[in-house]
Design a protein around this ligand. Structure first.
Ligand SMILES: C[S@@+](CC[C@H](N)C(=O)[O-])C[C@H]1O[C@@H](n2cnc3c(N)ncnc32)[C@H](O)[C@@H]1O
Length: 232
């Protein structure tokens, strides 16, 4: 962690830990799945190729929720390495329980704050894609400081990307999309994949609709996908 960063204990978090009971299947996921598919902060810097046992494109998803769309993406691209990061323990348990059944070789999971994973486990210039789909919008103005997408976090994410690697965000909340464009346009390491001026892009085929997105669509919300590339 750089010396200008506040200590982790003083940091404003982008999530509130919800107490939620786990189903027996989610409990089993934790018990049997975490030792096989789980990654920990304590293990320090991640050696991707060693963790997976093969080399491949590297994709990180932050805030995968219940994990259904992440699992679909990993299964659709078995030659790539996928890392999911999520703090919601029932969601992690669900994904782990599905991994036990699916025997997917190319997906590993951190049950941690992504900010800490980024700082302690991921090295600069090593990631091909970072996905953040439907981060909590934190609607109220006094909560905007909790939004995950902030200039410093985006800068740190951009440094993790290899040249031409990309950051893909999606949201169903128009004011959050406006904020995202402002933050991404302000990051010198990134350039919009849609050209100038930056606009939303149609949902790429590789991104399955997510659970949270379906909820937004039921409410009549407009979904926007934003893709920015790391400059060479
Ligand atoms: C609104 S949900 C969207 C979930 C999923 N991507 C979807 O579209 O269905 C946002 C998720 O991000 C997770 N989250 C928020 N901040 C996080 C952080 N700093 N690290 C890891 N996960 C985080 C929350 O726990 C929550 O599950």
């Amino acid at each position: 962690m750089g010396s200008s960063e506040p200590p982790l204990t003083h940091r404003i978090r982008s999530f509130v830990m919800r107490a939620g009971r786990m189903t027996p299947a989610q409990e089993r996921g934790w018990q049997d799945g975490f030792p096989r598919f789980g990654l920990t902060l304590q293990a320090g810097q991640l050696d991707w190729d060693q963790a997976f046992g093969f080399a491949g494109q590297r994709v990180v998803e932050i805030g995968f929720g219940m994990g259904d769309s992440l699992l679909q993406m990993a299964q659709a691209d078995p030659a790539a390495q996928f890392i999911g990061i999520e703090v919601h323990r029932p969601g992690v348990g669900r994904l782990l329980s599905q991994l036990l059944v699916a025997e997917t070789r190319n997906l590993r999971v951190y049950a941690e704050d992504a900010v800490e994973v980024m700082e302690q486990c991921l090295a600069p210039n090593t990631v091909d894609a970072i996905h953040i789909f439907f981060p909590d919008p934190w609607h109220k103005k006094r909560h905007h400081k909790r939004r995950l997408i902030q200039p410093r976090l985006v800068h740190n994410l951009a440094t993790l990307l290899r040249a031409d690697g990309y950051l893909h965000l999606a949201t169903d909340w128009v004011p959050y999309a406006e904020h995202m464009f402002e933050v991404l346009d302000g990051e010198p390491l990134l350039v919009s994949a849609a050209g100038e001026p930056a606009t939303a892009v149609p949902r790429p085929d590789y991104r399955p609709p997510t659970k949270f997105e379906a909820r937004g669509e039921r409410l009549g919300h407009v979904v926007q996908d934003l893709i920015y590339r790391r400059r060479r």
